[in-house]
Design a protein around this ligand. Structure first.
Ligand code: NAD
Length: 435
């Protein structure tokens, strides 16, 4: 399923935590978990300084000729957090709320995520401050091409490999790949992942993040005695990650009882017809108005009583303001950074199991890794091979995180950071510092 245009708007009806979400600095949220995990690992203070800071931050001013002939300038960023284990890997976000600190946080999470999944990538991320819902297709294409051209020096299959994120999709990646290829004078499919399959994309990539979220929920459920069969699932956000997660949970016999997007929320206690809802949302660009469910106040979505809660929209949705009211058994983080560190403490006290973003949504980057491998081989795998390899890696990484959590008596989140930091720090030590 191709993603629709950006669904986030300042006038969002479901953005109950919108103001709150924007006052919390996502980089500081990342850093507080990093510090906690580094402390438990007794990480060398020098290594701690190195791993806390992104290694490269580029800001670009992107001039675009708008459809009416005016020139507009958009601000964009690309951040590399760490490249010790391989090229920087991470999506590009088109959103009015993009800030440098958000991109820095997202780049750092990519380092940790790639390390938790044990794939040979570092962490990067990009963002452009814009509202693609208010831009024409032509304007988005010109913006994407100029952004790519400005970043030619730092992009490359061995340097930095972008992918889609909020507000971008496979078409954006096709334009990026084409622009890069024009500059280097030959087709380079491995410069981006999340491309259309016909031009070097991987089978299974569109569904990979949601599939991984389901596997993460299933593995955590097994560990804590909650089977997915018959489980009541609530999903916040119905874009790529939210809609596919809902589909995957429903495919395992779970009942998706409520979903929301930037425009509204829907519930049906007997279970929404997820496939029909995906079709509807694709056409209407929202879940709002779907006849198979009742509309309700989106601010009640996260606190709906359920077994599995999947935040799959934006950062800082579960905070100290609503964590106490959450009535889920397991939270599986489809989004990056949906839970603040203060909320983590409240949830832990309530006995709610949190399956953290840097593991739970790692299925996307794992299949991006498969896409990069296939592009470099020029040999493409069947979808069932992709899914099988993803399954194996999600199961293995869950075991790594679970074992770390058990060994240190910590949450899955801190354990996931510990697994990741240990891997990156080890590889940096083996390589040594140059000069
Ligand atoms: P998307 O643009 O496809 O979808 C975002 C969804 O969130 C939309 O349905 C939007 O309406 C909804 N939304 C926005 N604000 C909301 C609000 N206040 N309340 C409820 N819903 C709201 O983006 P996506 O690719 O699905 O990404 C979602 C999250 O998952 C982001 O945090 C992203 O970084 C993360 N993520 C994405 C991938 C991927 O492969 N696409 C991989 C890993 C993590």
């Amino acid at each position: 399923m191709a993603k629709g245009p950006l669904d986030i708007s300042p006038e969002s009806t479901s953005g109950v935590l919108h103001d709150r979400a924007h006052t919390i600095n996502p980089f500081e949220e990342m850093a507080s978990r990093f510090d906690h995990a580094a402390e438990l690992l007794k990480l060398d203070p020098g290594m701690r300084k190195v791993l806390r800071e992104p290694i490269k931050e580029v800001k670009v001013a992107i001039p675009v000729v708008m459809d009416d002939g005016r020139i507009e300038v958009f601000i964009g960023y690309r951040v590399h957090h760490n490249i010790a284990r391989g090229p920087a890997k991470g999506g590009i976000r088109y959103d009015p709320g993009v800030t440098l600190d958000e991109v820095r946080a997202l780049a750092s999470w990519m380092t940790w995520k790639c390390a938790v999944m044990n794939i040979p990538f570092g962490g990067g991320k990009g963002g452009v401050i814009c509202d693609p819902r208010k831009l024409s297709r032509g304007e988005i294409e010109r913006l994407t091409r100029r952004y790519t051209a400005e970043l030619m020096d730092i992009l490359g299959p061995e340097k930095d490999v972008p992918a889609p994120d909020v507000g971008t999709d496979s078409q954006t990646m096709a334009w990026l790949m084409d622009t890069y290829s024009m500059h280097v004078r030959h087709t380079v499919t491995s410069i981006v992942t999340g491309k259309p399959v016909s031009i070097g994309g991987s089978r299974g990539r569109v569904e990979a993040t949601g599939r991984g979220v389901m596997i993460a929920g299933r593995e955590a459920g097994k560990e804590h005695g909650f089977p997915l069969e018959g489980a009541r699932v609530v999903v916040q956000g119905f874009g790529n990650v939210g809609s596919i997660s809902a589909k995957m949970f429903a495919g395992e016999g779970a009942k998706v009882i409520a979903v929301s997007d930037a425009f509204g929320a829907l519930r049906n206690d007997s279970g929404l017809d997820v496939l029909a809802l995906i079709d509807y949302a694709r056409k209407e660009k929202s879940v709002k108005g779907f006849p198979g469910g009742q509309a309700f106040d989106p601010k009640d979505l996260l606190t709906t009583e359920c077994d599995v809660l999947v935040p799959a929209a934006l950062e800082n949705q579960i905070t100290d303001q609503n964590a106490d009211a959450i009535r889920a058994k397991i939270i599986v983080e489809g989004a990056n950074g949906p839970t603040t560190h203060e909320a983590d403490e409240i949830l832990q006290k309530k006995g709610i199991v949190v399956v953290p973003d840097i593991y739970a949504n790692g299925g996307g980057v794992t299949v991006s890794y498969f896409e990069w491998v296939q592009d470099r081989m020029g040999f493409f795998w069947r979808e069932d091979e992709v899914n099988q390899r993803l399954e194996e890696m999600m199961v293995q990484s869950f075991a790594d995180v679970r074992d770390m959590a058990a060994a240190h008596g910590v949450s899955y989140r801190i354990a996931a950071y510990m697994v990741a930091i240990q891997r990156v720090a080890h590889d940096m030590q083996v390589r040594g510092l140059y000069a």
